[in-house]
Design a protein around this ligand. Structure first.
Ligand SMILES: [Zn+2]
Length: 156
């Protein structure tokens, strides 16, 4: 299951409130904060997945049987695919792996696929690095006043 496109779409900062994508994001956001979905989100999500299921057919090929969406195109198809992926996440993924980035001012959601579920940032190179430099900065700020106080004590 390639979820890159789904997460890129629901992590878009320009996401329109109340749009279908915003509903999908809200569902996963509820999971990250261990909240229940509110009734409105639940209802909208039900409609989105319901519609997707109406268009889903089994597509047998020589080696496997896959699902495909038929009779639906364009943006509606894209939303249906995403809705099915979110549904799939809810039932197949360990939900403690669904996370929101801990980066300051970052609202990105992601699935933590690390072995020990230790991932905290959407992107180590961006949010992770920013956080690290901040911790470094804070440490130095804390250390300096102590060093000054010691000097004063020594002078007495
Ligand atoms: Zn982030």
């Amino acid at each position: 299951m390639d979820l890159k496109e789904l997460f890129a779409a629901i992590n878009d900062e320009e996401l329109e409130p109340n749009s279908d994508l915003a509903v999908l994001r809200e569902v996963l956001l509820s999971v990250t904060s261990r909240r229940n979905f509110d009734t409105r989100t639940m209802k909208k999500f039900g409609e989105l997945t319901g519609k997707a299921h109406q268009h889903r057919r089994l597509k047998p090929s020589t080696h496997s049987i896959e699902f495909e969406l038929v009779g639906i195109t364009g943006n509606a198809r894209r939303i249906s695919e995403f809705a099915l992926q979110v549904e799939d996440i809810l039932v197949t993924v360990d939900l403690s792996r669904v996370k929101k980035c801990e980066g300051e001012e970052c609202e990105a959601l992601f699935i933590d696929e690390s072995k020990n579920k230790s991932r905290r940032w959407c992107d180590m190179a961006h949010c992770g690095a920013l956080r690290k430099s901040k911790v470094f900065y804070d440490k130095h700020r804390r250390v300096n006043p102590v060093a000054e106080a010691e000097i004063e004590l020594g002078a007495k």
